[in-house]
Write a protein of this length. Structure first.
Length: 104
């Protein structure tokens, strides 16, 4: 059942019109990379993004903020290769999910 939910979420994310969201991930400014052990983030001056997830992750809850910065996006291929992933909780503040963020 959980696997089906993830598949449905992935299908929805791949088919939704991503052009409607501002792309905060692809920015030229330098950022600082930080990790919580499961997820890796890039911190910028006014926001943070998810850039990677460890491949052994099964359930992931993305935080609302990283060091006080709002988490606003999930980077391209951030969850690529996470084959055991059954659930991802995405906070309301995420306004951009790049193409292929959940690709196999």
């Amino acid at each position: 059942m959980k696997r089906m939910k993830l598949i449905l979420l992935a299908a929805l994310l791949l088919t939704c019109p991503l052009a409607a969201f501002p792309n905060t991930v692809l920015t030229a400014e330098a950022g600082e990379r930080v990790s919580d052990g499961t997820l890796t983030f890039m911190k910028y001056s006014d926001h943070a993004v998810v850039t990677n997830c460890v491949s052994s992750a099964k359930i992931v809850s993305i935080p609302d903020t990283i060091d006080g910065l709002p988490l606003t996006a999930i980077y391209e291929n951030a969850f690529s290769g996470c084959y055991d992933l059954t659930e991802v909780v995405i906070p309301d503040g995420v306004t951009s999910i790049d193409t292929g963020a959940f690709s196999a």
